[in-house]
Design a protein around this ligand. Structure first.
Ligand code: SF4
Length: 237
């Protein structure tokens, strides 16, 4: 696919997020979706997208290991907006094989095991979801972690072969919460208990004062390993 990312990024860098979303939702109708893990940023984008297009597509990856609070928020979100977020689950055969190979909590035993678990429970279902799309929307923000500093507003996701749109890339945490409070957007109660970043229940803990925002994810690993592979950067210009 031939797209000039520099031109696109320049065109939209000073636009309101809602304008950017409206433009992409219209030009890629039916082939664009938000990948939501029900984090604060995803909830902001859910609200914006459904205000623009009540039929806007939102999907999530149900790893089978999410916290109860996230399932409660999924239910609350579906009810508030009158939608059913699309759910992609792990492939049953791969899940059963992984269990036989590494046990139920093998992800704690090695980085390799952890990456296998993230692959089976997240990456493969994500690839299935993205195979139907031209654009995926994420709630990534540059200031969330060192692994996200070089991300851009609009990128080409080489690994999955589609455009990746990061509308909140320049937002800070305060702006996210201002939007949530002002617009009465539902959010995960774990955010009020020291969890700025929420993933699977066994791989997420609350952070301590002064720790970076994703310090509570896979806290037993070094920072450079702390991505599950969903957002590994392999774009071309
Ligand atoms: S975050 Fe943990 S439980 Fe979830 S898929 Fe990755 S390793 Fe498995």
């Amino acid at each position: 696919m031939s797209i000039n990312l520099d031109v696109l990024n320049r065109r939209f860098e000073n636009e309101a997020v809602e304008s950017l979303l409206a433009c992409f939702l219209e030009s890629h109708k039916g082939r664009i979706a938000l990948a939501s893990s029900f984090g604060a940023e995803d909830q902001v984008l859910t609200d914006m997208i459904l205000n623009i297009d009540p039929l806007g597509k939102i999907f999530t990856l149900d790893t089978g290991r999410l916290p109860e609070e996230t399932y409660a928020l999924m239910d609350q979100t579906n009810r508030k907006y009158g939608i059913k977020v699309d759910v992609y689950c792990p492939d049953r055969t791969a899940l059963e094989a992984m269990y036989q190979a590494q046990g139920i909590n093998g992800f704690r035993d090695s980085i390799e095991n952890r990456k296998t678990c993230c692959h089976v429970r997240k990456l493969e279902p994500l690839r299935r979801a993205l195979s139907e799309l031209e654009v995926w929307i994420t709630g990534l923000r540059r200031s969330q972690s060192p692994t996200r500093e070089t991300m851009r507003l609009i990128e080409w996701d080489e690994g999955n072969g589609l455009i990746k749109l990061n509308p909140l890339i320049e937002w800070d945490e305060e702006r996210v919460w201002d939007y949530i409070k002002t617009n009465k957007v539902p959010y995960n109660v774990l955010h009020t208990q020291g969890y700025p970043s929420i993933g699977c229940e066994p791989c997420t803990r609350a952070i301590r004062e002064g720790e970076e925002l994703r310090a509570g994810r896979w806290w037993w690993e070094n920072p450079e390993h702390k991505e599950c592979g969903l957002h590994l950067k392999r774009e071309k210009q």
